[in-house]
Design a protein around this ligand. Structure first.
Ligand code: CMX
Length: 134
């Protein structure tokens, strides 16, 4: 069902502050930034091998990422796995008793369709399924 790790999401206070470290000091390939209005974040993607690091800066106080930083400080926010058929993946997980945050896919960065699994189901890790637009 899952094909690979698409990205790891890291919550940061400021992209302007965080991007130079990942791009210049760790040497990752910077792929640009994008506002994901639906999620109240601006994200920066950096490529590392076949996967990416997604830095997430909240754009509003009620953004899920703002709440996360308030509670935990900056740090790893979620892991995103790529799936070929997100509806089928949601249906299987739901049938298996998983607590889905999204029972219907929503829009993520780069035209991807995404759905989150609640961290209580995935043993403390907020987990994202993403189906890339082709
Ligand atoms: N990773 C692990 N655990 C997390 C978490 C995270 N990112 N965010 C919250 N939790 C934990 C909380 O600590 C809490 O644990 P305890 O009950 O042990 O204290 C539990 O989950 C429930 O938290 P909550 O306060 O009841 O719920 P929140 O209002 O904080 O919402 C969540 C949590 C995951 C449901 C919400 O953040 C959500 O819907 N996230 C999905 C959307 C999202 O994160 N979008 C941003 C990324 C967008 C993108 O990548 O494009």
């Amino acid at each position: 069902m899952l094909t690979k790790i698409n990205h790891i999401g890291i919550a940061v206070q400021s992209l302007a502050d965080a991007v130079p470290f990942y791009r210049d000091n760790l040497g990752m390939a910077f792929m640009g930034t994008e506002e994901v209005a639906e999620q109240k974040v601006t994200v920066a993607f950096l490529q590392i091998g076949e996967s990416k690091i997604e830095l997430l800066e909240p754009t509003a106080d009620d953004s899920p990422v703002a709440k996360f930083i308030e509670k935990n400080g900056a740090g790893i926010h979620h892991i995103a796995y790529e799936v070929e058929d997100i509806e089928a993946a949601i249906a299987k997980l739901t049938a298996d008793g998983a607590r889905m945050i999204d029972s219907v896919p929503r829009n993520g960065a780069h035209g991807a369709r995404i759905a989150f699994i609640h961290p209580k189901t995935s043993r403390g890790v907020l987990t994202e399924l993403c189906q890339m637009g082709h």
